[in-house]
Ligand binder design. Sequence first.
Ligand code: FAD
Length: 472
Amino acid sequence: SRETVRSVAVIGGGISGLAAAWRLVELRPEWQVVVLEASDEPGGVIQTVQRDDFTLELGPDSLLRRLPWGVDLCRRLGIEQELIGTEPAAKGVYTVHRGRATRMPEGFAIMAPERTWPVVTTPILSPWGKLRLAAERLVPRRTASTDESLAAFACRRLGREAFERIVQPLAGGIFMGDPERLSLKSCFPQFAAMEAEHGSLIKATQAARKQREAKADGKPQSVFTAPAGGLGRIIEAAAEKLGERVRCGQRVVQLASRDDAWQLRVEDIQTGEQADETYDAVIVATPASATARLLESVDPRVSELLAGVEYSSCVIVQLGYQRKNIAHPLDAAGVVVPNVEGRALQACSFSSVKYAGRAPDGSVVLRAFFGGAMRPELPAMSDEKLIELAKSEVGTLLGASGEPLFTVVKRWQSSMPQYHVGHAERVDEIEQRTAAHHGLELAGAALHGVGIPHCIHTAEDAARRVVEQLER
Ligand code: FAD
């Protein structure tokens, strides 16, 4: 019944775990909720640090506004007023064409060309590539409903050239994956839906644009947003609201169900001591490999399915420069690099151009990305080599000269889940089986979307289901 006080453990204190815990507290303030986080700070891959007068995002830096759950959580944490949009100067992105930074045709939302003219005039596609792209309207709708890879879909609809020159570099940075293996249905369900409903991405995009223009009121909002102080502010605000419920330095090493309750073996990472704790329910919000280990004896099949979700690694090299030492106008969000260009660099974002207040006047911060599924050898290189590589890439592409003011190397080992073809079926089976375990719920980036808003949504759903289950 509603009156009974229940206890719930959330394992993992990344955004998923914190969002699940905060939703539980909102729904049932009287319940006992704890977040057990292995490392000595909450936040997982969200890490904002201060370096001199620079604000650096070591991991993610943006929330997609189109998905409501990120902004909604900020509102409920009382920090909505801190959200800022990207600067008007950070409009569009550059790509690399034959070794040089060249503007990506404007209004190309990964696979959906919103405007015709920029595509007609762009130097990055050959006349044949442009014709093939324009013929997208005539490509018949696919009849099979089975999953398809990102590359297969993009080549089939837009042609190989548009795939290699536009879709791959734009999508590549999001999943850091292999487009021949990434699932269209799980990574970009919106494009699958466009084809299903309109028979064409171009037709669907133009219909959506007309609709948007018809109801356009006030000034257009930026696609991305973040707290002025960085995404770390969301973690700080959530940790503050949750207070002593968040216990850092506590690694869960074992999970077992015992007579209608869940028993957790918790290890203190400082002392190495272990203790057992019992809860009515548990939400596991750790990366898939950790969740798989915890569920080994609870449900071997779920464990096996989770262990089968591959992760890619990347490394981000941050470079501070004096503005005057960079020849490029930096009038965009950054530069992406098509795989066909054969460069080490995957992308470089102009961080302090995107968000105001991240660098002192007269200086800039660039974030150079290396690695991902296509270049797994790069994150294994030494810091010195990576810094040299980053300096040489921004030297060639952006005309950066002289010594950087500082450099920071951050490796993200096995940090980005890869939703390969068939991912949706895998997740279906995981969730159907998990539902049979009373008081067990899963959350985290491995399931329904790697983006922070998706992670929040998945976590809040798990919290809601825990309440339903415990009160059934
Ligand atoms: P994590 O952040 O990985 O948190 C899991 C937590 O569980 C960790 O803190 C870990 O220490 C803890 N843990 C693990 N095992 C145990 C255990 N046994 N016991 C206790 N605790 C444990 N998304 C966006 O929306 N926008 C972006 O700009 C963006 N950029 C990104 C850039 C990079 C480099 C990366 C890696 C991801 C990016 N993403 C971005 C994706 C997004 O940031 C992540 O998908 C999301 O933050 C994952 O959150 P999580 O809580 O599910 O997992």
